[in-house]
Ligand binder design. Structure first.
Ligand code: C5P
Length: 276
């Protein structure tokens, strides 16, 4: 039996560079894993079985864990069956990458249980076939991601910082948020910009181009961002396609509404050769 942590992520910045001919959006984003996460338990079994502590999570073939198991079988030819249990802590439809992280963790676990038939680079490359955000989790937790999100440039870990993760009860669908975005067709000019350098020039340039369409889809999110800023945080940004926010800085006096998911978290990286 193998029990692994499956971390959530935040996007320290997320810029949408334009719409691509294939319908996806070209991104430029700095991703960071945090210590809010799920736990996954894996063992060999006579048939595939997926269970979850949260009854709201679909445990059928649409779950990215099931898709990762099929992907691993297809790529390696190893036809074993698995029993998987998911202890769900990361809110869904939050932009925290919970499902993508579960898929990456599954590929890592199956590879470990099978005696490492694939390299980490293989797993990273294969994972892009089932979701744009999954390859990031095979970095060591801090990475600059471009393309659909699947081109991952690993960076040295940031000094660990604490943050608050806040999510309203309403969640957002990623495709719906992208549909609301009026992105121009991708041009060579925007591709040449150095967003990473711009971010690290003091003060850090926090931005998320998906906030505008997310707020248009769900207007109360804008008021939530304003109220969080009034709590004294230096930075309040939506992560990914929302609806969760991360808050950095001194918000120790913060009092959050009852209907909000609120969790203190920290940046968490992994060491090469180990999972998170
Ligand atoms: O790749 P993934 O399945 O996670 O993407 C979900 C949806 O989000 C896509 O179908 C697309 O509508 C949108 N998306 C996008 N551009 C990206 C990533 C996702 O338009 N870079």
């Amino acid at each position: 039996m193998l029990r692994l942590f499956s971390p959530a992520k935040i996007n320290l910045f997320l810029k949408v560079l334009g719409k691509r001919p294939d319908g996806y959006h070209e991104l430029s984003s700095l991703f960071q894993t945090i210590d809010l996460g799920d736990f996954l338990t894996f063992s060999f079994h006579s048939e595939d079985s997926l269970t979850c502590t949260d009854p709201v999570i679909p445990i059928d073939e649409s779950n990215l864990i099931s898709k990762a198991i099929h992907l691993f079988r297809r790529k390696t030819g190893i036809q074993k069956k698995y029993k998987v249990h998911l202890e769900k802590n990361v809110p869904i439809q939050a932009g925290l990458g919970g499902g993508s992280s579960n898929a990456a963790t599954t590929l890592w676990a199956l590879n470990q249980l099978s005696g490492h038939p694939a390299t980490t680079e293989d797993l990273q490359k294969w994972s892009a076939e089932i979701g744009s955000d999954i390859p990031f989790f095979f970095s060591e937790g801090t990475a600059y991601c471009t393309g659909r999100g699947e081109h991952v440039q690993s960076l040295l870990p940031q000094p660990s910082r604490s943050c608050w993760i806040i999510k309203p009860s309403i969640g957002l669908s990623t495709p719906e948020v992208y549909k609301r975005l009026s992105a121009a067709p991708l041009s060579e000019e925007v591709m040449r910009r150095d967003d990473l350098k711009a971010f690290f020039s003091e003060p850090y340039f926090y931005v998320n181009d998906l906030e505008k369409p997310a707020f248009a889809l769900c207007p109360p999110l804008s008021a939530l961002k304003d109220s969080l800023k009034q709590q004294g945080f230096d930075v309040v940004m939506m992560t990914g396609s929302g609806s969760a926010f991360f808050c950095l800085g001194d918000g120790r006096q913060a009092v959050f509404g009852e209907n909000l998911f609120a969790c203190k978290a920290h940046f968490r990286n992994r060491k090469a050769g180990f999972w998170y």
